[in-house]
Write a protein that binds this ligand. Sequence first.
Ligand code: GDP
Length: 577
Amino acid sequence: ASLPRSSLSSTTETSTVSNSYSAPDEEIERRRNLAIISHPDSGKTTMTEKLLLYGGALQQAGAVRMKGEQRATQSDFMEMEKERGISISATVMSFDYRTMHINILDTPGHQDFSEDTYRALAAADNAVMLLDAAKGLEPQTRKLFEVARMRGLPLFTFANKMDRPALSPYELMDQIEAEFGLETYPCLWPIGDGDRFKGVLDRMDNVVHLFDRGDRKSKAEVEQVPMGDLETLKARIDDDELYEKLIEDQELLEELISPLDMDRVMEGQQSPLFFGSAMTNFGVQLFLDKFLDMGTKPAPRLARRMEEGPKGKKAKAQESADDDEPNDLILPEHEEFTGFVFKTQANLDPKHRDRLAYIRVVSGKFEKGMKVGHSRSKHGKKYNLAQAQTLFGSDRESVEVAYPGDVIGINNPGAFAIGDTLYTGTDKVAFPGIPSFSPEVFAYIRSPNPSSFKSFRKGIDQLLAEGAVQSLRQRNDDGGGPLILAAVGQLQFEVVQARLRSEYNVESDLEPIGYDLARWVDGGWDAVDKADADGKLFNIMIVQDRWQRPVLLFRNEWKAASLQEEEKYLELKPWSR
Ligand code: GDP
């Protein structure tokens, strides 16, 4: 609250300035974005399809999923994703619904790709945790929840597959509270489950929505009965046991559950809870409508903001004075465009061999062809954002304008990396970088065939630039020695190999290295030399990262902790700044 609000611009001011890049208030107000996190198979793809259906982005949900064959869905782009049926890369889909504009950020479900999830969540203002109601919390729900919590996002919960036998809703609520310390507030409450799933009570409007099992592919026909109209309700539910239970549950919930507190929701302490069935379209639209009421609009972001004096001199002086601590809150209403890169990807469309950088717009208005500054540029170089695209269903569309909360894919000349800020105006703006996860698996990668070394090198360089994995080299290796890949999970290696094969047509050999942990040595090479001379680095591998900074590889956590304890000057860190 004590942050300077200098970036707030009044509406009268912005509407009269013609060459500024401010975003109209109504465009900011109507935007919501939502990241979906879930354990694989909980129904994320199905849910995404149904949401797109409401936006008219798909004519018939599921039409894109070939029956009985490999999956090929809207959010799965790459071959490997299709083959394995897992969603690897976080992608973005947007659609208009009623008066709103919604951006859905897809996130990989597998924990080996937690880092990609974290990056996608960095671009999100809201998240929904999708659960399989029969299974409750699963291993990757736990991992992804931790990632979401790190970002402190408002978190909604959707218990899916209620058309199948499910855990009791109380049991689900208990699990979430006990394991995550997250209180839930049921906005929807299920009436039965499995074959007896009759619908949901909307506890906020006190209306029961009864569903027709008819057509699974189109928007569900819903009959609504006010909770007060007991006679009709009883007749329509047509199951005395479930009717009695509903009446009982309603009373119990009123008594037991603390009221919805939007402040606590915003802080990620209370999670609005929904029950439904994505496949049969129960509760999806209700969720969407309530999310639009409750979800947060594009949020302000902390940034480092500096005046860019003539030739950037002043900026430099300020920079050295108090390094890169954020000093300003950039509001979406800020009169200049700002945004940051949270993902880069090559060869999204193999026919075009393109490279994309995904930008989350934080403030102002993006216009095709605008010139922007770049947070890492030393000499104030400007980049022309000539091409931008968004994803609408499976089609990529060219974007003319974008507003706060939106995500656009822009052509990446190679200059844009994850965490970079792009901005218009005379002030240099830098949002805090997106931290990397500490790698836990390591392997040498080689090209078995010398004649294809050039393509191998090119592919590797590209994938490293994307941040798909990190690279390390042995100490004193100036580039001729073996390359070490470092990743958070084994599947990331497999993706690298599969992409080298499909996108660069080269094979690769991977030789695992038996270390489990990397620590950056903030104390520098002198510290490494001292420890090495004292014989402290036995069974520890000394390597360097891309910027020739020292990194130690350990066989286990205990070994790293005890070395740090004994040799404090090493200043071991799980990742580099
Ligand atoms: P993802 O791995 O999280 O993207 O999950 P999918 O959307 O691919 O769904 C996994 C499986 O669960 C598929 O066979 C879906 O048809 C099925 N499924 C998804 N939602 C539901 C649902 O609400 N009810 C039932 N019975 N099955 C569902």
